[in-house]
Design a protein around this ligand. Structure first.
Ligand code: C2E
Ligand code: MG
Ligand code: MG
Ligand code: MG
Length: 283
Protein backbone atom coordinates (compact mmCIF):
# COMPACT_ATOMS: atom_id res chain seq x y z
CA UNK A 1 0.00 0.00 0.00
CA UNK A 2 2.78 2.36 0.92
CA UNK A 3 4.38 1.51 -2.42
CA UNK A 4 1.26 2.52 -4.26
CA UNK A 5 1.05 5.75 -2.31
CA UNK A 6 4.70 6.35 -3.10
CA UNK A 7 4.04 5.88 -6.78
CA UNK A 8 1.10 8.23 -6.58
CA UNK A 9 3.30 10.90 -5.15
CA UNK A 10 5.84 10.40 -7.88
CA UNK A 11 3.11 10.79 -10.49
CA UNK A 12 1.91 14.05 -8.99
CA UNK A 13 5.45 15.27 -8.69
CA UNK A 14 6.36 14.52 -12.29
CA UNK A 15 3.15 16.13 -13.55
CA UNK A 16 4.22 19.27 -11.73
CA UNK A 17 7.62 19.06 -13.34
CA UNK A 18 6.05 18.57 -16.74
CA UNK A 19 3.84 21.62 -16.23
CA UNK A 20 6.84 23.58 -15.06
CA UNK A 21 8.79 22.57 -18.17
CA UNK A 22 5.88 23.48 -20.42
CA UNK A 23 5.63 26.88 -18.82
CA UNK A 24 9.38 27.42 -19.16
CA UNK A 25 9.20 26.56 -22.85
CA UNK A 26 6.27 28.97 -23.36
CA UNK A 27 8.23 31.65 -21.56
CA UNK A 28 11.30 30.89 -23.65
CA UNK A 29 9.36 31.23 -26.91
CA UNK A 30 7.70 34.46 -25.80
CA UNK A 31 11.04 35.87 -24.63
CA UNK A 32 12.78 34.97 -27.90
CA UNK A 33 9.98 36.77 -29.79
CA UNK A 34 10.19 39.76 -27.47
CA UNK A 35 13.92 40.08 -28.17
CA UNK A 36 13.36 39.87 -31.93
CA UNK A 37 10.53 42.44 -31.73
CA UNK A 38 12.56 44.71 -29.49
CA UNK A 39 9.90 44.40 -26.78
CA UNK A 40 12.24 43.87 -23.84
CA UNK A 41 12.81 47.21 -22.23
CA UNK A 42 15.25 48.73 -19.82
CA UNK A 43 14.53 50.96 -16.83
CA UNK A 44 16.94 53.02 -14.76
CA UNK A 45 17.37 53.51 -11.03
CA UNK A 46 19.48 56.36 -9.65
CA UNK A 47 22.64 55.70 -7.65
CA UNK A 48 23.27 58.73 -5.45
CA UNK A 49 26.03 60.32 -3.41
CA UNK A 50 24.77 59.93 0.15
CA UNK A 51 26.22 63.21 1.43
CA UNK A 52 23.80 65.32 -0.65
CA UNK A 53 21.56 62.82 -2.47
CA UNK A 54 22.78 63.90 -5.92
CA UNK A 55 22.72 61.23 -8.65
CA UNK A 56 26.13 59.93 -9.78
CA UNK A 57 24.85 57.23 -12.14
CA UNK A 58 22.01 54.84 -12.96
CA UNK A 59 21.65 51.08 -12.84
CA UNK A 60 19.94 49.58 -15.89
CA UNK A 61 17.29 47.00 -14.99
CA UNK A 62 15.62 44.79 -17.60
CA UNK A 63 11.84 44.98 -17.90
CA UNK A 64 9.54 42.72 -19.86
CA UNK A 65 5.80 43.14 -19.98
CA UNK A 66 4.37 40.46 -22.25
CA UNK A 67 0.87 41.07 -23.71
CA UNK A 68 -0.19 37.50 -22.80
CA UNK A 69 2.00 36.60 -19.83
CA UNK A 70 1.96 40.00 -18.13
CA UNK A 71 4.92 41.34 -16.16
CA UNK A 72 7.76 38.83 -15.90
CA UNK A 73 10.55 39.55 -13.41
CA UNK A 74 14.15 39.72 -14.66
CA UNK A 75 14.92 37.38 -11.76
CA UNK A 76 12.92 34.82 -13.79
CA UNK A 77 13.70 35.61 -17.43
CA UNK A 78 17.44 36.37 -17.12
CA UNK A 79 18.20 32.91 -15.63
CA UNK A 80 15.91 31.36 -18.27
CA UNK A 81 17.85 33.04 -21.09
CA UNK A 82 21.06 31.79 -19.47
CA UNK A 83 19.79 28.19 -19.25
CA UNK A 84 18.45 28.16 -22.79
CA UNK A 85 21.60 29.67 -24.25
CA UNK A 86 20.49 33.07 -25.54
CA UNK A 87 21.65 35.37 -22.76
CA UNK A 88 24.14 37.02 -25.14
CA UNK A 89 21.33 38.06 -27.52
CA UNK A 90 19.22 39.36 -24.62
CA UNK A 91 22.11 41.16 -22.99
CA UNK A 92 23.25 42.76 -26.23
CA UNK A 93 19.79 44.26 -26.81
CA UNK A 94 19.64 45.50 -23.22
CA UNK A 95 23.12 47.03 -23.27
CA UNK A 96 22.43 48.74 -26.59
CA UNK A 97 19.22 50.29 -25.25
CA UNK A 98 20.81 51.29 -21.96
CA UNK A 99 23.87 52.83 -23.64
CA UNK A 100 21.68 54.77 -26.08
CA UNK A 101 19.73 56.22 -23.16
CA UNK A 102 22.94 57.13 -21.32
CA UNK A 103 24.01 59.28 -24.28
CA UNK A 104 21.43 61.90 -23.29
CA UNK A 105 22.50 62.07 -19.64
CA UNK A 106 25.20 64.43 -18.36
CA UNK A 107 28.63 62.97 -19.20
CA UNK A 108 29.61 62.77 -15.53
CA UNK A 109 26.96 60.14 -14.86
CA UNK A 110 27.81 56.48 -15.28
CA UNK A 111 25.71 53.60 -16.55
CA UNK A 112 25.77 50.48 -14.41
CA UNK A 113 24.82 47.29 -16.24
CA UNK A 114 24.36 43.77 -14.84
CA UNK A 115 26.45 41.06 -16.43
CA UNK A 116 25.03 37.57 -15.95
CA UNK A 117 27.17 34.76 -14.59
CA UNK A 118 27.05 32.87 -17.90
CA UNK A 119 28.61 35.89 -19.60
CA UNK A 120 31.54 35.80 -17.20
CA UNK A 121 32.29 32.27 -18.40
CA UNK A 122 32.18 33.26 -22.06
CA UNK A 123 35.49 34.56 -23.45
CA UNK A 124 33.70 36.55 -26.21
CA UNK A 125 32.01 38.83 -23.64
CA UNK A 126 34.78 41.44 -23.73
CA UNK A 127 34.57 41.79 -27.49
CA UNK A 128 30.76 41.91 -27.74
CA UNK A 129 30.47 44.40 -24.88
CA UNK A 130 33.04 46.80 -26.31
CA UNK A 131 31.59 46.41 -29.82
CA UNK A 132 28.13 47.41 -28.57
CA UNK A 133 29.55 50.48 -26.83
CA UNK A 134 31.44 51.46 -29.97
CA UNK A 135 28.37 51.05 -32.16
CA UNK A 136 26.27 53.23 -29.85
CA UNK A 137 29.11 55.68 -29.24
CA UNK A 138 29.26 55.44 -25.45
CA UNK A 139 32.68 55.99 -23.88
CA UNK A 140 33.73 52.78 -22.01
CA UNK A 141 34.78 55.01 -19.10
CA UNK A 142 31.09 55.70 -18.49
CA UNK A 143 30.23 52.01 -18.10
CA UNK A 144 30.26 49.94 -14.95
CA UNK A 145 29.54 46.23 -15.07
CA UNK A 146 27.92 44.60 -12.07
CA UNK A 147 29.01 41.04 -11.44
CA UNK A 148 28.39 38.70 -8.53
CA UNK A 149 30.86 36.91 -6.29
CA UNK A 150 29.39 33.55 -7.17
CA UNK A 151 29.85 34.17 -10.89
CA UNK A 152 33.46 35.16 -10.36
CA UNK A 153 34.20 32.10 -8.26
CA UNK A 154 32.60 29.51 -10.54
CA UNK A 155 34.77 30.29 -13.53
CA UNK A 156 37.69 32.06 -11.94
CA UNK A 157 40.24 32.05 -14.78
CA UNK A 158 37.92 33.14 -17.58
CA UNK A 159 36.23 35.68 -15.33
CA UNK A 160 39.57 37.17 -14.28
CA UNK A 161 40.64 37.50 -17.90
CA UNK A 162 37.38 39.22 -18.91
CA UNK A 163 37.59 41.59 -15.95
CA UNK A 164 41.19 42.51 -16.75
CA UNK A 165 40.46 43.14 -20.43
CA UNK A 166 37.40 45.27 -19.73
CA UNK A 167 39.18 47.34 -17.07
CA UNK A 168 42.01 47.96 -19.51
CA UNK A 169 39.43 49.44 -21.89
CA UNK A 170 38.23 51.79 -19.12
CA UNK A 171 35.16 49.89 -17.92
CA UNK A 172 34.76 49.71 -14.13
CA UNK A 173 33.74 46.55 -12.31
CA UNK A 174 31.29 46.50 -9.46
CA UNK A 175 30.69 43.55 -7.15
CA UNK A 176 26.89 43.20 -6.81
CA UNK A 177 24.91 41.71 -3.89
CA UNK A 178 28.02 41.67 -1.75
CA UNK A 179 27.79 39.54 1.39
CA UNK A 180 25.38 36.92 0.04
CA UNK A 181 27.50 35.03 -2.49
CA UNK A 182 29.70 32.03 -2.06
CA UNK A 183 33.17 33.43 -1.81
CA UNK A 184 35.89 33.73 0.72
CA UNK A 185 37.31 37.16 1.42
CA UNK A 186 40.74 35.71 0.69
CA UNK A 187 39.83 34.78 -2.85
CA UNK A 188 38.53 38.26 -3.50
CA UNK A 189 42.16 39.38 -3.37
CA UNK A 190 42.74 37.65 -6.70
CA UNK A 191 40.36 39.95 -8.56
CA UNK A 192 40.44 43.63 -9.18
CA UNK A 193 37.26 45.54 -8.60
CA UNK A 194 36.38 49.19 -8.41
CA UNK A 195 33.24 49.10 -6.33
CA UNK A 196 31.26 46.96 -3.92
CA UNK A 197 27.47 47.00 -3.66
CA UNK A 198 26.28 45.85 -0.24
CA UNK A 199 23.28 43.56 -0.60
CA UNK A 200 19.91 44.97 0.34
CA UNK A 201 19.32 42.12 2.81
CA UNK A 202 21.74 43.87 5.20
CA UNK A 203 20.48 47.38 4.48
CA UNK A 204 16.80 46.59 5.12
CA UNK A 205 17.71 45.52 8.67
CA UNK A 206 20.39 48.07 9.40
CA UNK A 207 18.41 50.16 11.88
CA UNK A 208 16.69 47.26 13.66
CA UNK A 209 19.30 44.53 13.78
CA UNK A 210 22.67 44.97 15.47
CA UNK A 211 24.49 42.17 13.59
CA UNK A 212 23.48 43.68 10.22
CA UNK A 213 24.80 47.06 11.32
CA UNK A 214 28.11 45.50 12.35
CA UNK A 215 28.44 43.61 9.06
CA UNK A 216 27.76 46.76 7.03
CA UNK A 217 30.21 48.73 9.17
CA UNK A 218 32.88 46.06 8.57
CA UNK A 219 32.30 45.99 4.80
CA UNK A 220 32.59 49.79 4.62
CA UNK A 221 35.81 49.79 6.65
CA UNK A 222 37.26 47.00 4.50
CA UNK A 223 36.42 48.90 1.29
CA UNK A 224 37.98 52.09 2.61
CA UNK A 225 41.17 50.17 3.34
CA UNK A 226 41.16 48.55 -0.10
CA UNK A 227 40.35 51.87 -1.80
CA UNK A 228 37.06 50.55 -3.19
CA UNK A 229 33.90 52.61 -3.64
CA UNK A 230 30.86 51.39 -1.70
CA UNK A 231 27.19 51.50 -2.63
CA UNK A 232 24.41 50.46 -0.24
CA UNK A 233 21.52 48.81 -2.12
CA UNK A 234 17.87 48.82 -1.13
CA UNK A 235 17.67 52.03 0.91
CA UNK A 236 13.96 52.43 1.56
CA UNK A 237 13.82 54.90 4.43
CA UNK A 238 15.48 58.08 5.60
CA UNK A 239 16.63 56.28 8.76
CA UNK A 240 18.60 53.78 6.63
CA UNK A 241 20.25 56.62 4.72
CA UNK A 242 21.14 58.48 7.93
CA UNK A 243 22.68 55.37 9.48
CA UNK A 244 24.71 54.66 6.32
CA UNK A 245 26.02 58.23 6.21
CA UNK A 246 27.03 57.90 9.85
CA UNK A 247 28.93 54.71 8.97
CA UNK A 248 30.79 56.53 6.18
CA UNK A 249 29.13 54.85 3.19
CA UNK A 250 29.73 56.89 0.04
CA UNK A 251 26.86 55.98 -2.25
CA UNK A 252 23.36 54.58 -2.07
CA UNK A 253 20.50 53.25 -4.15
CA UNK A 254 16.91 52.35 -3.30
CA UNK A 255 13.26 53.34 -3.36
CA UNK A 256 13.93 56.17 -0.89
CA UNK A 257 15.96 57.95 -3.60
CA UNK A 258 14.12 56.68 -6.65
CA UNK A 259 12.48 53.58 -8.10
CA UNK A 260 13.56 52.19 -11.47
CA UNK A 261 11.74 54.15 -14.21
CA UNK A 262 11.81 54.24 -18.01
CA UNK A 263 14.10 56.39 -20.14
CA UNK A 264 11.79 59.41 -20.37
CA UNK A 265 11.03 59.45 -16.67
CA UNK A 266 14.78 59.23 -16.06
CA UNK A 267 15.27 62.46 -18.01
CA UNK A 268 12.52 64.10 -15.95
CA UNK A 269 14.22 62.85 -12.79
CA UNK A 270 17.47 64.46 -13.97
CA UNK A 271 15.75 67.76 -14.64
CA UNK A 272 14.62 67.77 -11.02
CA UNK A 273 17.66 66.31 -9.31
CA UNK A 274 20.72 67.12 -11.35
CA UNK A 275 22.07 70.65 -11.20
CA UNK A 276 22.31 72.38 -14.55
CA UNK A 277 20.95 69.40 -16.46
CA UNK A 278 18.94 71.59 -18.84
CA UNK A 279 21.89 73.91 -19.40
CA UNK A 280 24.16 70.99 -20.26
CA UNK A 281 21.55 69.51 -22.58
CA UNK A 282 21.07 72.79 -24.44
CA UNK A 283 24.80 73.34 -24.70
P1 C2E B 1 20.20 43.49 -8.75
O1 C2E B 1 21.20 43.74 -9.83
O2 C2E B 1 20.74 43.27 -7.38
O3 C2E B 1 19.21 44.73 -8.82
C1 C2E B 1 18.61 45.31 -7.70
C2 C2E B 1 17.18 44.87 -7.53
O4 C2E B 1 16.64 45.47 -6.36
C3 C2E B 1 16.26 45.32 -8.67
O5 C2E B 1 15.26 44.33 -8.83
C4 C2E B 1 15.66 46.61 -8.11
O6 C2E B 1 14.44 46.96 -8.73
C5 C2E B 1 15.49 46.23 -6.66
N1 C2E B 1 15.48 47.38 -5.76
C6 C2E B 1 16.06 48.59 -5.91
N2 C2E B 1 15.86 49.38 -4.84
C7 C2E B 1 15.11 48.66 -3.98
C8 C2E B 1 14.55 48.94 -2.68
O7 C2E B 1 14.72 50.02 -2.10
N3 C2E B 1 13.86 47.92 -2.10
C9 C2E B 1 13.65 46.72 -2.71
N4 C2E B 1 12.94 45.81 -2.06
N5 C2E B 1 14.16 46.43 -3.93
C10 C2E B 1 14.87 47.39 -4.55
P2 C2E B 1 14.82 43.82 -10.26
O8 C2E B 1 14.76 44.96 -11.22
O9 C2E B 1 13.59 42.98 -10.08
O10 C2E B 1 16.02 42.89 -10.72
C11 C2E B 1 16.29 41.68 -10.07
C12 C2E B 1 17.60 41.10 -10.50
O11 C2E B 1 17.54 40.67 -11.88
C13 C2E B 1 18.78 42.09 -10.44
O12 C2E B 1 19.28 42.21 -9.12
C14 C2E B 1 19.75 41.42 -11.39
O13 C2E B 1 20.45 40.39 -10.76
C15 C2E B 1 18.82 40.83 -12.45
N6 C2E B 1 18.75 41.75 -13.61
C16 C2E B 1 17.96 42.83 -13.82
N7 C2E B 1 18.22 43.40 -15.01
C17 C2E B 1 19.22 42.68 -15.57
C18 C2E B 1 19.96 42.77 -16.80
O14 C2E B 1 19.76 43.67 -17.64
N8 C2E B 1 20.93 41.82 -17.03
C19 C2E B 1 21.19 40.82 -16.12
N9 C2E B 1 22.15 39.94 -16.42
N10 C2E B 1 20.53 40.72 -14.96
C20 C2E B 1 19.56 41.63 -14.67
MG1 MG C 1 22.73 44.97 -9.95
MG1 MG D 1 22.19 43.95 -6.29
MG1 MG E 1 20.07 41.05 -6.34
Amino acid sequence: RSKRRGRGQITVYSREIAQEMKRATQLEQALRNAIINDAVDVHFQPIVRLSDGAPVGFEALARWNDPDLGFVSPAVFVPLAEERGFIDALSETLLRKAAEAALSWPRELFLSFNLSSAQLMDPTTTETTLATLARVGLDPHRLELEITETAVMTSADTAARIITQLRKAGVRISLDDFGTGQSSLGRLRDFTFDKVKIDQAFISRITSDRPSEHIVRAIITMCQGLDLDVVAEGIEEKADADKLKELGCGMGQGYYYGKPVDGNATLRYLQEHYRDFLMIERG
